[in-house]
Design a protein around this ligand. Structure first.
Ligand code: CTP
Ligand code: ZN
Length: 150
């Protein structure tokens, strides 16, 4: 069992669907932030079988929670301060999200009109499904669909 130490301050994003952490890393813009990141992939989990975990050491209030909610609202967001979890955040689904995800439909107007903003709208509140404002395509891979076993 691979062990990664605890963090002092920042976020532990837990219960990420196995295989989703790299996508999260990209959409959260972590490469451009001044923070230390540990990505744990394919960890054993009693609840989920396999899961990913992202540990982000950074000042709190720095992460865009909307991005997390859109990719997968079942992720647990642990907020850590002085080495202790001070909060497990509930992710709330934003009504719409702008210029974070690109529509993948090649026939979508946003693929042709380059200056249009990429806007996704909450289409199904219970399932957390977002669809392109223009063509109704679902958000990238973050549609909650299960990955095949590797
Ligand atoms: N963690 C961390 N640094 C800290 C505190 C916690 O990296 N200073 C990590 C733990 O290693 C664990 C995650 O945060 O991976 C969640 O911790 P905890 O809530 O204690 O675990 P569980 O009770 O298993 O969480 P849950 O009930 O959400 O499944
Ligand atoms: Zn579209």
């Amino acid at each position: 069992m691979l062990n990664v130490g605890k963090i002092e301050e920042g976020y532990v994003l837990d219960h990420i669907e196995a295989g989703q952490s790299l996508e999260l890393y990209k959409h959260l813009g972590l490469a451009d932030m001044d923070c230390t990141v540990a990505m744990i992939q394919n960890a054993k989990s009693s609840k989920m079988g396999r899961k990913d975990i992202l540990k982000v050491e950074c000042g709190i209030e720095e992460l865009n929670m909307d991005v997390l909610a859109v990719i997968n609202h079942n992720i647990t967001v642990n907020v850590v301060k002085d080495g202790e979890i001070v909060e497990k955040k509930e992710l709330t689904l934003p009504k719409q999200i702008k210029n974070v995800f690109k529509c993948t439909n090649p026939r979508c107007i946003t693929s042709i009109e380059q200056e249009l903003p990429h806007i996704f709208i909450l289409a199904d509140e219970d399932k957390g499904i977002y669809r392109c404002k223009y063509c109704e395509e679902k958000v990238g891979k973050g549609d909650g669909s299960k990955k095949k076993n590797r």
